[in-house]
Design a protein around this ligand. Structure first.
Ligand code: HEC
Ligand code: HEC
Length: 503
């Protein structure tokens, strides 16, 4: 037997903080309402939602709806190479058409200006890749730099000001672009070397973890300076993002426990970031440090930083080029066409890319009723994984699209930041995330990484080569869970990993 530590109900402070988001009205702590912040639901529905999202009590059989982690949007048909490229299962015909148009734009290879293909030019001058899909390979995840190929990988850059705030590097900008248009120097090349660090588990099994060291060579614009802070990141999988966007902010705030009031050793903090459109401070949920609030904003930053393309949200056609260090960048031709508007990527194109990104379906679970998988599920809860990898939410009724609304989803993330210890630290803050904090990575679809991407490299920089290595890197707030796994015997360890791989 084990007791699953339920997370504390939010204190008044947390609820007050929740009022940051305009969608929440003043909370009423009226008699027993389990989720007063869910003003999108009737009181009766709140009761139902609280019940269906409660932790499981038995592990002898799957829970109702467990095989369908994306609710009605779940992909129930395709589990091979294209497992992450299916559209929401409940899209109507018009939605399917928009998805296909968005897919074309996600795969579009942008070219530098001037060019005869006017609707697809404007790439660069500095860029990391010519297409969204080249990093989000098969709508799945990227990999660490390998033999000169660092395309599905990014190195974010910043320098701390005297006021303690990190800003983009004065010369190299917010990230290192390792490609540039013809005749213009790229910023540099990223490579990685690993040091093997053996870890001995309780049963004597030795697992080797590889600790990365990054190097930037062939710098195009002079030395970067010792004070530069770098954060390495592989491209994230693209599945289920619209559902994550539709998780009610109040549900995320309710899981936060910044001062560890319940004393379980796990705090969990919300990242708060700027909404580019309104200037308001809102809850962050996308990216490895939850540094972006919406899929639209994350996508606009990708067009801007990764490809050097302007959108109505990020309006500079020269992308991440800096005036101070790369002035010649601003004299190069841009892809802005009078007849198409003021930006290289107009709003309707951005809208289609966002629609596509919102509707990549999460695959159905496999082997959900296998006894070993169910045993693994029990161990997942008993080891404390679910304290961060929050299994269930019910999305808001007033979601951006009806298909994404009021779905019981199983993302296995609380979308909160956790201190993961020195081993995983990048020592580079992002909005309110510290240099040791990362957003709990969603685990849905994780077991199909091999089928889709041909590898099993996990964590923010792809350093882990297996699920077990990923777990053994957990430190800080995740250390107790890590130790619990390191203490399991072989059969239980196998069951836990099989469960994670069935997600
Ligand atoms: C150079 C590689 C690269 C390219 C090109 C790229 N991305 Fe990404 N993408 C990433 C990385 C790396 C992250 C994680 C970013 C972070 O942690 O800050 C990411 C994160 C995201 C996320 C957040 C997903 C999540 O789980 O939080 C979305 C959405 C996204 N990208 C959309 C796009 C779109 C749309 C495009 C094309 C306009 C694009 N990306 C192009 C590398 C890339
Ligand atoms: C304190 C919160 C916390 C706990 C507890 C925790 N995790 Fe995590 N987990 C994270 C965070 C944060 C990340 C992302 C870390 C990174 O990329 O550097 C992560 C990443 C992972 C990944 C890699 C995901 C990916 O997309 O690359 C796996 C697998 C994983 N966790 C499994 C587990 C398992 C199994 C347990 C229980 C033994 C567990 N975690 C316990 C917070 C936690």
């Amino acid at each position: 037997m084990f007791t699953f530590a339920r997370r504390a109900r939010p204190g008044l402070a947390a609820l007050a903080a929740a009022c940051f988001t305009a969608t929440l009205t003043a909370p009423t702590l009226a008699g027993g309402d389990p989720m007063p912040w869910r003003t999108d639901l009737t009181p009766k529905d709140r009761g139902r939602v609280a019940k269906v999202t409660a932790a499981p009590k038995a592990f002898t059989a799957p829970e109702p709806f467990e095989p369908m982690p994306g609710g009605a949007t779940t992909n129930t048909r395709v589990f091979g190479r294209d497992a992450f490229s299916q559209f929401s299962g409940n899209l109507d015909f018009a939605g399917e058409e928009s998805f296909k148009l968005g897919n074309g734009l996600f795969r579009r290879l942008w070219v530098s200006s001037p060019s005869s293909t006017q609707a697809a030019d404007g790439l660069g001058p500095l860029y990391n890749s010519r297409a969204c899909q080249n990093c989000h390979l098969k709508d799945g995840r990227g990999h660490p730099p390998e033999g000169g190929d660092a395309e599905s990988f990014l190195m974010r850059l910043s320098v701390q000001g005297s006021d303690g705030v990190d800003r983009p590097h004065p010369v190299y900008g917010g990230q290192l672009q390792d490609l540039a248009v013809p005749g213009f120097p790229a910023e540099g090349r990223i490579s990685v070397t690993y040091e093997e660090r053996p870890v001995t588990l309780a049963d004597g099994t030795v697992v080797s973890l590889r600790a990365p060291t990054y190097a930037v060579t062939d710098l195009g614009f002079g030395p970067m300076g010792e004070e530069t802070r770098m954060s390495p990141r592989v491209a994230t999988p693209m599945i289920g993002l619209g559902l994550l966007e539709a998780v009610h902010p109040g549900d995320i705030e309710a899981l936060a426990d910044p001062d560890d009031a319940d004393g379980d050793g796990i705090s969990g903090r919300v990242n708060r970031v700027v909404d580019d459109r309104t200037g308001a401070i809102v809850l962050g949920r996308f990216g490895w440090k939850a540094g972006q609030p919406t899929i639209e904003q994350q996508s606009a930053h990708a067009f801007f930083g990764d490809m050097g393309l302007s959108t109505p949200l990020m309006t500079a056609a020269a992308g991440d080029c800096t005036r101070a260090g790369q002035p010649a960048c601003f004299d190069l031709p841009t892809g802005v066409q009078e007849r198409l508007g003021a930006f290289e990527v107009p709003q309707d194109v951005l809208d289609l890319v966002v629609f596509y990104s919102r509707n990549l379906a999460v695959p159905a679970r496999r082997e959900v009723d296998d006894p070993e998988v169910l045993r693994g599920k029990e161990l997942f809860h008993a080891s404390g994984c679910a304290a961060c990898h929050q299994p269930k939410f019910v999305t808001r009724r007033d979601a951006a699209e009806k298909e994404l609304a009021f779905q019981l989803i199983w993302p296995f993330t609380d979308l909160l930041l956790h201190d993961m210890g020195e081993g995983l630290a990048d020592d580079r803050p992002e909005a309110e995330a510290s240099g040791r904090e990362w957003r709990t990575a969603p685990l849905w679809g994780l077991g199909l990484t091999k089928a889709v991407n041909g590898h099993t490299y996990y964590l923010h920089d792809g350093r882990a080569r297996s699920v077990l290595e990923a777990i053994l890197w957990h430190g800080g707030e995740g250390e107790a869970a890590r130790d619990a796994v390191a203490g399991l015997d072989e059969a239980d360890r196998r069951a836990l990993i099989r469960y994670v791989e069935s997600l």
